[in-house]
Design a protein around this ligand. Sequence first.
Ligand SMILES: N[C@@H](CCC[C@H](N)C(=O)O)C(=O)O
Length: 292
Amino acid sequence: MSTRIAFLKGHGTENDFVIVPDPENVIDLSPAAVAALCDRRAGIGGDGVLHVVRSAAHPEAEDMAAEAEWFMDYRNGDGSVAEMCGNGVRVFARYLQRAGHVAEGDVAVATRGGVKTVHIAKDGDITVGMGKALLPEGEVTVRVGEHSWPARNVNMGNPHAVAFVADLAHAGDLLSPPSYSPASAYPDGVNVEFVVDRGPGHVAMRVHERGSGETRSCGTGACAVAVATARRDGADPAVTGTPVTCTVDLPGGTLVITERPDGEIEMTGPAVIVAEGEIDAEWLADAARRRA
Ligand SMILES: N[C@@H](CCC[C@H](N)C(=O)O)C(=O)O
């Protein structure tokens, strides 16, 4: 009988993930294996993989082990590695709670973007301290078909280009990545957000994610959008001393983002585990071989 690999499936505002618990980091999750798992027809399907590893067992996280027992080894659906995933870290915490590794309240999670504090509330929502946004200087232009827009460069640990548009439909089908210039603004590629206003402190967005394509939600993207919207409107909590909150509607749900006067950003939203099962390890190895 072939070996089985346990998995779960979960999502945060429909940004969906294959969760692979692997405390001792023994599963060979090559980029091709990740892409095979995320394949929506031939695999389980997901925007990315949340590889759940003890920090002490992962070379990229062992230096965070004293602060955070668990490391979110996040991968995009194409197998590429990303620094941070805001929806992913909420779903990751939900998995830890369901598995009995943590209880309600605060839990520290190691990520490639540093240790994040996640709060699991009684009411079911999960809040994550996303850290501070960086706003690199310089003009960026984003293009889709005949449309082009100036975009704000926002770094949430991972790179974002935020474009305010007249109509979300102008972003087209987003089946291929929007182009951008200058290329030097994003040497490692970029997540692109398209934003329209819905009212004071309230926007709606679509996103094309680096390594995953158009997704139904992006947590780091929603934070980037909240900060870009505040600055566009002349609001900066560091200057006024007053927190700024933005409600961000995405195709898959709503996220609430607050930027505090110290620059720290908190994001609140749902995180759900929808299924669990077992993967045939032989199938995964074969599927990965065929893609490699
Ligand atoms: N969906 C995520 C972001 C995942 C990483 C991104 N695609 C990248 O490559 O930077 C989120 O919720 O933040």
